[in-house]
Design a protein around this ligand. Structure first.
Ligand code: CP3
Length: 352
């Protein structure tokens, strides 16, 4: 199996020299694109869109048709895994994700079993193969999963939360129950990501959106430890090509060295940390992905370009080890032309 024609993204992750700093954007296929809204309307709702391989493939390709991006990301959601574990995912219009059966009772936790990705998430594997065919080796395809801790937040709270009182209540009163949930979820995630790799994903990313809400000790015990297990369980190669892994803990800047030590190839950064400082802290242990504040995209194009250059200047010289991205997902209210300004600035950048 050959690498894609534009393999700058894979090169940067593996710290090989690149032609330019590659970029892609978290949530690059989403509601800021009118064509996405149109397909989503046709699907009826977001979950139908995720569960239709053909429509998931269509929206995956939409941002690449508009912009010169260096990678595609599978269109899906992290919460399909707990859905496959039987929790009953639904999206109440305008209210975000919900589970019909949040995990709170000891008996339900003891009955939890890991999901077989081919049996319960076959639609994701079909989407991955369909997207790979459609990409025709133009750019690499990223597969992904939520981290066990971030998935457990939704599984236990039953929805998004601002205080996480149910999961943290369990963590401090019955850590054994939380560990059981995390360990079954970890097994599900390993099987799920390996199935994505077997179906054609050329890099994988773990989204740990809520690990940064934990105390220092709890982060290591309840989030990082399980991500380390996932990395250890991932296929490292497919058809003779390395499959790099990216770990992104939002608000995890404090723990950068520890994240860099779990065996991943790259660490995702949110915008609260200076990427040059981050680079000095990790040395050449891992590549870095990030880290423009997504709200920069609400400024005029010349400001977008200047802010992008600040990130690139701060990362510093050496044509490798940096994948440009936002520090979190792109907002649904982003003007699409701001993304054009961003892509031009990153691809046109020359070290001053
Ligand atoms: O990056 C991509 O383009 C790939 C697709 C992707 C989505 N969700 C599509 C989506 C990815 C990688 C995710 C990850 C995800 N999902 C995370 C981790 C990253 C992060 O953003 O912190 C989390 C926490 C979720 C759970 C989730 N899904 C929430 C909280 C919501 C509602 C928030 C919102 O913006 O409305 C979703 C829905 C969702 N997932 C949308 C998209 C494009 C919007 C749904 C819509 O079209 O109505």
């Amino acid at each position: 199996m050959k690498r894609p024609k534009n393999d700058n993204f894979l090169r940067a992750l593996l710290k090989e020299p690149t032609d330019h700093t590659p970029l892609w954007l978290m949530r690059q296929a989403g509601r800021y694109l009118p064509e996405y809204c149109e397909t989503r309307k046709r699907a009826g709702n977001f979950l139908n869109l995720c569960k239709s391989p053909t429509m998931a493939c269509e929206v995956t390709l939409q941002p690449l048709a508009r912009y010169d991006l260096d990678a595609a990301i599978l269109f899906s959601d992290i919460l399909t895994v707990p859905d496959a574990m039987g929790l009953g995912l639904y999206f109440a219009e305008g209210e975000g994700p919900r589970f019909e059966r949040p995990l709170r009772e000891e008996w339900a936790i003891n009955n939890l079993t890991a999901t077989d990705p081919y049996e319960h998430l076959g639609y994701v594997m079909d989407a991955v193969s369909e997207i790979r065919r459609a990409l025709d080796n133009s750019v690499p395809l990223i597969g992904f999963s939520g981290s066990p801790y971030t998935l457990a937040c939704y599984m236990i709270e039953g929805q998004g939360s601002s205080d996480f009182r149910h999961i943290k209540g369990m963590m401090y009163s019955r850590p054994d129950l939380l560990h059981k949930i995390l360990s079954v979820t970890t097994d599900s995630v390993i099987a799920y990501l390996n199935a994505q790799i077997d179906s054609g994903a050329q890099a994988v990313m773990i989204f740990d959106t809520w690990g940064g809400s934990l105390s220092n000790a709890a982060y290591q015990e309840f989030s990082l430890q399980y991500m380390q297990r996932i990395i250890a369980g991932l296929k490292k190669e497919k058809d003779g090509q390395r499959i790099p892994s990216i770990v992104f803990t939002k608000n995890g800047g404090l723990w950068l060295e520890k994240i860099a030590a779990i065996g991943c190839d790259a660490v995702g950064l949110d915008w609260t940390i200076d990427i040059g400082d981050a680079r000095r802290r990790v040395g050449d242990k891992v590549a870095l992905q990030g880290n423009l504040d997504p709200n920069v995209l609400f400024a005029p194009p010349e400001v977008v370009a200047a802010e992008a250059r600040k990130v690139l200047d701060s990362f510093g010289p050496g044509n490798t080890g940096h994948v440009f991205n936002l520090g979190h997902g792109i907002s649904q209210f982003t003007p699409p032309d701001s993304v054009t300004a961003l892509v031009d600035a990153v691809h046109g950048y020359r070290q001053g």
